[in-house]
Design a binder for this molecule. Structure first.
Ligand code: MGD
Ligand code: MGD
Ligand code: SF4
Ligand code: MO
Length: 747
């Protein structure tokens, strides 16, 4: 029996751990962490147990499909790739002729691989600024603030064992969401670092904390300002750094006066002594405030003030670009990332034509604003200066749907869905659904028939990480790139995601280099190293990573990547976009203080979508190897809330908001405040029927059908208020989520 071992990077989530695959007679038997691996150091999570099942699953999409019935009727015919590509290209060209290049959009998810950059490359050369990825909800509010205040983001940073003294997980639960980072946190704690967790729930990470701050949801801005005030009053900030490197400190001092600790305690519902403890711990650095998602989901006003105050906090304590604090990666220097995705062409093309559909409504996310960021980032970091690039640009999804439905501000006629399941992962799902029903051309590419795929005109079968070469590019957000050759041949007619865009580019006669294979495209990215992908993958050093560096603002001849070269505590690029650069604290769009009348009807604060293992958002619910670990969606409520609303542990309940309702199973726990409810997100049931009205039961359990995407509820960057709604809960009549037909929500 021929048995072989192949090494590659797992992409069952974006941590991309190095793994080894045991293959017997050409059949994938087992995938495990690769001891000593460059990423993960041999770590492998339980998802790997599902890898062989995922690869051979009977429900995998294996051939291109074309819709034969109405959208969502579940009627398909198998067609060839040639036919699919020819027909799609022909329609695209006709749309461009009639409505302009901006009339196409792509909805994608978080970092998933070649689909992301290959699409951006196509859109950049084609000339549409309306590509959308879930980066929108996945850190955009935070990245824009960090880049505005100190000219780069610290998204990928983690604590440094031995150097970091204080670790802050602010609205982050890495035991479930970022295990490779959690391994660093544990190691730093072994060296004596303390852990602070700021979270309304007693998350698993919070259960390991030296200090758990259980704040009222979405009041993070007030908490951060309360801490800033204590640091200033007690002289616990980094005076030398502030004097030499910061602008706007006087305004910060003035604003901080509005946040005496008693007032902050009243707003956040955190006891005074805990807030003081938090400030004292924070000041005892180096302090690493790891990136946490929560403050990007607080909705209008609340999100901007929280993400801004967090950036100020990192800055005035001197933790920015500091060893053990919040280091910054800077751009990829060994990888032609921006050239690879044709970023210059994007700028040129959109200057000729129109900005993205929500450039007026959310001016911080526009080409004009990106250019302002660029000018100074370039001075500090060299290269092209595009910084976290797409994070500065994604249009608000609601704007895309309005462009499709109403032609406002101009029409969008074609939508691609690749690496995303917008019907399940976006807020305002009902608007998304209507737009998907109306758009002229709807093309999807995925591993499985998902709710979003079920509505498409063409569904294309994607090859996975098991069947494609690997280069870790991570949207340009890290400067580490690891290379592996393709471990196994793609099964059936599955293709890598680059293939789609390359073939469409050829058919549409787009300019630029479009090499035949994904591997050759990766070699183009790697040009600065002088190596091809295969050469790098086969060398002893199969990655590129710059040496550790800190405080580069002192030596780069310019300072921070901001217009003044300083840490701008009141950032001028935010002001230049027409926004308040020193936002006032404001309650989330729905709250007992901001909307007291609404709170009478919907008395509970709703947070939704915290990460749960083993899932990766919507993914892997069809895998028997994993599903048993967590079979149904669960809503967490406090025993007192349960008593008030007559709900017992394990009962099915409705969660209802101003925008809809869905059902989940109650879990009654102490580790959540009585006024707060936590609902799971990303649920659909692959075992239920595909055709409408079922759509795999996604209306039944989908909390995102209850999350607002009204413009006035979105934050300054246009992100959704996933953690800032009000709700009520009540018992559902039936016991499981499987036996009810579809529920379309409250009108
Ligand atoms: N309520 C609530 N909603 C949220 C959030 C929240 O906190 N709360 N978080 C938001 C955030 S931060 C994010 S990032 C999004 C995540 O949302 P998404 O990224 O949309 O979710 P995923 O389930 O990761 O991916 C969606 C689809 O991509 C497919 N896919 C995976 N890899 C590939 C690939 O290589 N090629 C192709 N063609 N398809 C692939 C999967 O099979 C799956 O069907 O959810 C957002 N929604
Ligand atoms: N297993 C698994 N891991 C994942 C993913 C996945 O789908 N599954 N998705 C990946 C992606 S794309 C992302 S963006 C990351 C996100 O990873 P994290 O940043 O860890 O985000 P979450 O787990 O969604 O939320 C973290 C915590 O925020 C808390 N929270 C809710 N509301 C608030 C609030 O108002 N204030 C504060 N301070 N905290 C609040 C929640 O209770 C939760 O415990 O995870 C990544 N890792
Ligand atoms: S954490 Fe698990 S799923 Fe994610 S890359 Fe590592 S082994 Fe794969
Ligand atoms: Mo995300």
């Amino acid at each position: 029996m021929a048995e072989e071992t192949k090494v590659t990077a797992c992409y069952m989530c974006w941590q991309q751990c190095e793994v080894k695959m045991r293959i017997k007679d050409g059949v994938l038997k087992e995938v495990t962490g690769n001891p000593g691996g460059f990423v993960g150091g041999g770590y492998g999570c339980e998802r790997l147990e599902g890898a062989p099942e995922f690869h051979y699953h009977p429900k995998r999409l294996n051939y291109p499909l074309k819709r034969t019935g109405e959208r969502g009727e579940g009627k398909w015919e198998q067609i060839s790739w040639e036919q699919a590509l020819d027909e799609i290209a022909e329609k695209l060209l006709a749309i461009r002729d009639e409505f302009g290049p901006e009339a196409i959009t792509k909805i994608g998810g978080t970092v998933h691989g070649p689909a992301d950059w290959a699409c951006w490359r196509f859109f950049n050369i084609w000339g549409s600024p309306n590509a959308f990825n879930q980066g929108k909800n996945c850190g955009q509010a935070n990245n824009l603030q960090e880049c505005a205040v100190y000219g780069w983001d610290s998204l990928g940073c983690g604590p440094k064992p031995g150097a970091t003294k204080t670790i802050v997980c602010w609205g982050a639960n890495p035991i479930h969401s970022w295990m490779t980072k959690w391994n660093y946190i544990k190691s730093a704690m072994d060296y004596g670092a303390r852990l602070i967790v700021i979270d309304p729930r007693l998350s698993e990470t919070a259960s390991h904390a030296d200090l758990w701050i259980q704040l009222r949801p979405a009041t993070d801005g007030a908490l951060a300002w309360g801490v800033i005030k204590i640091l200033i009053d007690e002289g616990l900030y980094d005076k030398e750094f502030v004097d030499n490197w910061c602008t706007g400190f006087d305004e910060i001092v003035e604003r901080a006066k509005e946040f005496p600790v008693e007032k902050v305690a009243q707003i956040t519902e955190v006891p005074v002594d805990k807030i003081i403890q938090l400030a004292h711990y924070y000041a005892d650095g180096p302090t690493c405030m790891c990136w946490g998602l929560a403050t990007c989901h607080l909705g209008d006003g609340a999100g901007q003030v929280a993400t801004h105050a967090q950036a100020v906090l990192r800055a005035i304590t001197g933790n920015v670009d500091r060893e053990g604090g919040n280091p910054m990666t800077g751009p990829h220097e060994d990888v032609d990332w921006f050239k690879g995705i044709a970023w210059d062409e994007f700028i040129i093309n959109t200057e000729r034509t129109r900005d993205c559909v929500t450039a007026e409504k959310f001016p911080i996310c526009s080409v004009k604003s990106l250019k302002r960021y660029n000018e100074s980032i370039k001075k500090a970091w060299g290269g092209k200066g595009y910084g976290c690039s797409f994070y500065m640009l994604f249009p608000a999804s609601r704007g895309i749907f309005d462009a499709i439905r109403y032609g406002d501000p101009y029409p969008i006629k074609a939508m691609f869905i690749q690496t995303g399941d917008p019907l399940v992962t976006l807020g305002g799902v009902k608007n998304c659904y209507e737009a998907m029903k109306q758009v002229e051309l709807l093309v999807g590419m995925d591993f499985f028939m998902t709710p979003s795929m079920a509505l498409c005109d063409y569904v294309l079968p994607a090859a996975s990480w098991i069947e494609r070469p690997h280069l870790m590019l991570f949207w340009g957000l890290t400067n580490v790139a690891v290379a592996f050759k393709q471990p196994m041949e793609a099964l059936y007619e599955r293709k890598d995601d680059y293939y789609l865009w390359k073939e469409l580019a050829k058919r549409c006669q787009l300019e630029g280099e479009w090499p035949e294979t994904l591997e050759d495209m990766y070699s183009l990215f790697l040009r600065p190293t002088g190596k091809t992908l295969a050469e790098m993958a086969e060398s002893e050093v199969y990655w590129t990573a710059p040496p550790e560096a800190y405080k580069r603002y002192e030596t780069n001849g310019y300072g921070f990547g901001t217009p003044s070269g300083k840490c701008e505590l009141v950032p001028s690029v935010v002001a230049a976009a027409g926004l308040d650069p020193l936002p006032q604290y404001i309650e989330p769009p729905q709250s007992k203080y901001r909307t007291p009348e609404l709170a009478e009807k919907y008395p509970l604060a709703l947070i939704s979508g915290s990460r749960i293992r083993p899932y990766w958002h919507t993914s892997y619910r069809e895998l028997k190897t994993l599903r048993w670990r967590h079979e149904q969606p669960v809503v967490e409520i406090h025993p007192e809330t349960a008593r008030t609303f007559g709900i017992a542990d394990g009962e099915m309940v409705y969660i209802e908001t101003t925008h809809g309702r869905c059902r989940q199973k109650a879990r009654v726990i102490e580790g959540i405040a009585p006024g707060t409810v936590h609902a799971e997100a990303y649920w659909y049931f692959p075992e239920l029927p595909e055709e409408e009205p079922w759509l795999f039961g996604m209306w039944d359990a989908n909390i995102n059908a209850c999350v607002s995407d009204d413009y006035e509820d979105l934050d300054y960057a246009g992100d959704h208020p996933f953690r800032a709604m009000l709700c009520k809960i009540y018992k559902a009549e039936t016991a499981t989520a499987y036996d009810l037909p579809v529920f379309k929500g409250v009108d």
